[in-house]
Ligand binder design. Sequence first.
Ligand code: MN
Length: 155
Amino acid sequence: MRREDRFLMTTRNVEDYLETIWNLHSKKGYIKVKDIADKLGVSRPSVSEMIKKLSENSYILYEKYGGIVLTAKGKKLAQEIKKRHTLLVEFLKIIGVDEQNAQQDACKLEHDVSSETITCLLEFVEFISLLPESSKWKENFQEYLKKRGLLKKKQ
Ligand code: MN
């Protein structure tokens, strides 16, 4: 990454920050710059700079010695990302990806998929969840993966 790219307000950057702020808020109730830096693996000055930009763009409210709070606009986007994340994790697990990889990859995919793909995935996950237990699709599919040597961990 070029140095001047560090603080760019890319969609991915904004979404990663808002998702992280949302998760930290849900887990701890308060948010510190250090927590965001740890979670995203970036430096504290980078976080501070981004916090300023998110605040200028009305995604969050931020007081220097106070806390970080999502605005309605920020919350809406954060919830959208979170929804996409959960859906992608569910889908990836259905096709045999283990929990850890599913979580990591969902965070990459969630920024780049079209709304058409999201809608189709949502319908697919829903469809699968409506199949009767007796259809044994999951067992059959896992059996198939095993035969192909592709099932690493038991889901
Ligand atoms: Mn994510």
